[in-house]
Design a protein around this ligand. Sequence first.
Ligand code: THU
Length: 134
Amino acid sequence: MTDRELVDLACGMRALAYAPYSGYRVGAALLCRDGSVVTGCNIENVSYGATICAERTALAKAISEGKTDFVKLAVCASGDAPASPCGICRQTISEFTSDDFEILCANEKGNYQVYTLAQLLPNAFALKGRGDDK
Ligand code: THU
């Protein structure tokens, strides 16, 4: 699976997005260590806070299928600017990956930039050394 192919899968997933409130369609494609790809899209809700982002849809699908080891993630969003995962998604990605995990951020034309998780979420929160009450 090339980066280009993974980005194209993410961009194709925008067609399945349910985004009647924002009109902002996002697709994601998560390459798993076993070679499979799990995809996702954003799913909005009239109660806006119930919305789930494309990245977390893909992660939830994968983890609930027993896949917890990931190689890289592609995200594709509406517009000219490349997708930029929200803070909650960055934190969720960090739960299952490490600093050098690559995130391919694409615009709707499929042009993309590659970031590591450490670039998108520097100094990520961890419980290490902080769980004194445990
Ligand atoms: N969205 C994503 O799917 N991923 C992100 O990382 C950013 C935001 C979605 C959520 C909502 O449906 C729409 O984009 C506008 O915020």
